[in-house]
Design a protein around this ligand. Structure first.
Ligand code: ZN
Length: 203
């Protein structure tokens, strides 16, 4: 199983980090060990002073595929969830400045949170789903999949040119604006279409 993440997929988030709007999806991977176990809190890593949440819609692949055409991409997933792409922003900035890969800042243990999955048939359109994050009971980030630069089917088609997709692979589809720092004691709750998908504490 692998975790494939899309960067800069919402214009306003690209702008808040002073990144250009991309012409094709920005893609990076996290290892399988990045998955946070649902019952555990998120433990802040000791190598960062600035860990950010990035709330993202997550797609689970349910069919083996390579070179998937966009018009058939919808056949490769049945369920969606919402999750967090935790990012050690200070380390990421350091690596970006040096032109080095981001993996240490993005792929560390427990950096991939994922909530409960919901069948896509429950939604009128996968490209019109609101999602939001509460921190200590206050909404801190919200988005809608209709604002993606590259839609889910486009993303699946693009990444399957490079990586064979396997059953169980997760795709993090990018974060809207409103990313921010977490500190010990915070409680984060994620909502997909108004339904709570996950909740955990930061330690
Ligand atoms: Zn992200």
């Amino acid at each position: 199983m692998k975790i494939i993440c899309i960067g800069r997929n919402y214009t306003e988030h690209a702008a808040e980090l002073n990144n250009p709007v991309p012409k094709e999806p920005v893609v990076f991977l996290k290892p399988e060990t990045a998955i946070k176990l649902p019952k555990l809190p998120f433990f802040l890593p000791d190598f960062s002073e600035d860990v950010h949440y990035e709330l993202e819609v997550v797609v689970r692949i349910n069919r083996l595929g390579k070179n998937i055409q966009e018009q058939f991409a919808h056949k490769y997933y049945e369920e969606l969830s919402v999750g967090i792409d935790f990012t050690a922003r200070d380390l990421q900035n350091e690596l970006k400045q040096k032109g080095l890969p981001w993996e240490k800042a993005k792929g560390f243990d427990s950096s991939a949170v994922v909530g409960h999955f919901i069948a896509k048939s429950k939604f009128n359109s996968v490209q019109d789903i609101p999602f939001s994050l509460e921190k200590n009971g206050t909404t801190v980030q919200q988005g809608n999949t209709k604002d993606m630069l590259f839609g889910i089917d486009q993303i699946i088609s693009h990444i399957s040119k490079y990586f064979t997709l396997k059953i169980g692979d997760l795709i993090y589809t990018g974060t809207p604006s409103g990313v921010g720092k977490v500190v010990a004691g915070d409680v984060l709750s994620g909502y997909l279409d108004g339904v709570k998908s996950f909740e955990f504490a930061v330690k």
